[in-house]
Design a protein around this ligand. Structure first.
Ligand code: ISL
Ligand code: CA
Length: 544
């Protein structure tokens, strides 16, 4: 693969609302992020992805934008934004913004003009006089009646997130102008929100009856999308030194290559979700017990599927997913399992994405009461589950505690003080009580901490190109507890061994096993014979 900064880099995702408050109002903000650049620099990350900070009525915490060129006052001002870009760049860190253009807020002036039927805006959104049968990602119907326009409009997410009509060239022109605005301000790329949903089938036909996302066959990876994305690439992206990562649920490696292969490059990489179904049926609101094989299998499939043709993104967490150590790790082996999971994912081929708090092993919020959760998806899914699936309050609360997006959105745990060092005021969402032991300050004191381990992984990645570019082979695809894989670049061989269980497990013999030097492990002194509970080892070797 061609060598580029975004392939070699490590990305850190910031959810601004929950990262650092600077003025005591309980909401994280841009000056707060600026003040935490030393943390990012210590960690060694080279790119920040910032979740939306644009003007928004906050129906979906900023993923409903009412002005793409303005900063939400809670987060600060445009001057703060410029200071953050400069501060990050000075620290050698690039900045990627969230680009949310499948939909706007219903409070965006375009939607309001469309409601009034103003000629330029009439077709900016999807309108129908008869109600369609598609359902929303957040539960419930995706078509809502607007009494003023006397028609139904489409919203794949909340009612306050109407979908833009990408068939309209004026819409695409507007999006390109927004992209240029931010690139000219100095940002280094975009994380493109739900980008594989933007193209909808002509006439918006009704969908086949199904429990999950009725209508999806009419918009997921619709063929028209390639014309739209190559237009953005040719007219905007190709003129800047930037990169894009598309958020694309429901893609296979084969479909992925139609977006990211070297000769297409509509996007530089994408987020796939197959491994996020390791503990659920399809979507996390239908839970099933976690089995390591269900995490290994999709990850290996993606490694093999893109090998030599496209570039993977590597992640276990983001602002929509419960905490990885709570899902795939262990309470009893908190530190070991957090480190093992980091080893498992970040030694694969691709660009690693760390979500704030993952570097100290933050756990799920697991709040007991529905009223503790603010997320719109959580509240809608609770109602949908009670009404449509006829589940009891207790049954639904079990799902909420496990699946809610607020599990990842509790304030960043900086220290052991009452609000975890996040705010001097009342935090917008409760701080996890475990911040007394799980926090950045404590980890900084401890050379064996999870934070120190992340720092080491990032440093090793800078030292050894095999970690970035090496070929991948799964060594034990059928093993139920151990994930073992190999990376090879030139004559350097890396062997990664991860135990996903609390049982000490003998390492089976595989061709060319053992030997070399252990460059990383989450226990002192690893043995090449066996793996202790949640143990991980990385061995480096030279081919003879
Ligand atoms: O969060 C999810 C499941 O709990 C996903 O279905 C998620 O809604 C989907 O991946 C799209 O996510 C993105 O777009 C949404 C926004 O709410 C998410 O925060 C964002 O990451 C709408 O803009
Ligand atoms: Ca604030």
């Amino acid at each position: 693969m061609k060598h580029t900064w975004y392939r070699e880099g490590v990305v850190y995702q910031i959810y601004p609302r929950s990262f650092q408050d600077s003025n005591g109002d309980g909401f994280g903000d841009l000056p707060g992020i600026l003040s935490r650049i030393p943390h990012l620099r210590d960690l060694g990350v080279s790119i920040v992805w910032l979740s939306p900070v644009y003007a928004s009525p906050n129906d979906d915490n900023g993923y409903d934008i009412s002005d793409y060129r303005a900063i939400q006052p809670e987060f600060g001002t445009m001057e703060d934004m410029k200071a953050l870009i400069a501060g990050l760049h000075q620290a050698g860190i690039r900045l990627v913004m969230d680009l949310v253009v499948n939909h706007t807020s219903d409070e965006h002036p375009w939607f309001q003009a469309s409601v009034r039927n103003e000629p330029r805006y009439r077709d900016f959104y999807h309108w129908k006089t008869e109600k369609g049968n598609w359902t929303s990602f957040f539960g419930g119907e995706a078509w809502t009646w607007n009494p003023e326009r006397k028609a139904y409009y489409l919203h794949l997410f909340s009612k306050k997130q109407p979908d833009l009509n990408w068939d309209n060239p004026e819409v695409r022109q507007e999006v390109k102008d927004i992209m240029r605005f931010w690139l000219d301000l100095g940002v280094d790329g975009f994380r493109c929100d739900v980008i594989n949903l933007i193209a909808k089938a002509d006439g918006l036909p009704n969908g086949k009856p199904t429990l999950i996302l009725q209508g999806k066959e009419h918009y997921l990876n619709h063929p028209k999308i390639h014309a739209y994305l190559s237009e953005l690439r040719d007219d905007v992206l190709s003129h800047y030194d930037c990169f894009t990562v598309g958020e694309t649920a429901f893609v296979s490696p084969k479909t992925a290559l139609t977006y990211i292969s070297e000769n297409v490059r509509e996007l530089d990489m994408l987020f796939q979700f197959d491994h996020m179904a390791a503990d659920c049926h399809f979507v996390k609101w239908f839970p099933k017990p976690f089995r390591p094989i269900n995490l290994k299998r999709p990850l290996t499939r993606w490694q093999e599927g893109l090998q030599g043709k496209g570039w993977n993104s590597l992640y276990l967490e983001n602002h929509d997913q419960p905490r990885s150590v709570s899902r795939f790790g262990s309470e009893a082996y908190h530190k070991e399992s957090a480190k093992m999971l980091a080893t498992m994912i970040f030694f694969q081929q691709g660009t690693p994405f760390i979500y704030q708090g993952q570097e100290i092993g933050m756990k799920n919020a697991d709040f007991p009461n529905l009223s503790d959760y603010q997320d719109i998806e959580t509240q809608n899914m609770y109602r949908t589950g009670r009404k449509l699936l006829l589940l009891s309050h207790e049954q639904m609360m079990r799902r909420v505690r496990r699946a809610s997006r607020d599990n990842a959105r509790t304030p960043m745990q900086w220290d052991a003080s009452p609000n975890a060092g996040f705010t001097e005021g009342k935090p917008w969402l409760k701080v996890n009580p475990n911040h007394q032991s799980i926090n950045v300050a404590a980890d900084r004191e401890d050379p064996q901490s999870i934070l120190a381990f992340f720092r080491t992984i990032i440093a090793l990645r800078k030292l050894h190109p095999v970690i970035v570019y090496g070929d991948f082979t799964d060594l034990l695809p059928k093993h139920r507890r151990i994930y073992a894989y190999r990376r090879i670049l030139g004559d350097t061989v890396l062997t990664v061994l991860c135990n996903f269980s609390a049982k000490t497990t003998k390492i089976p013999r595989f061709p060319g096993a053992g030997g070399g030097q252990m460059i990383l492990g989450n226990y002192p002194l690893g043995s090449p014979e066996l793996l202790r509970p949640y143990e991980s080892q990385v061995w480096m070797n030279t081919k003879k």
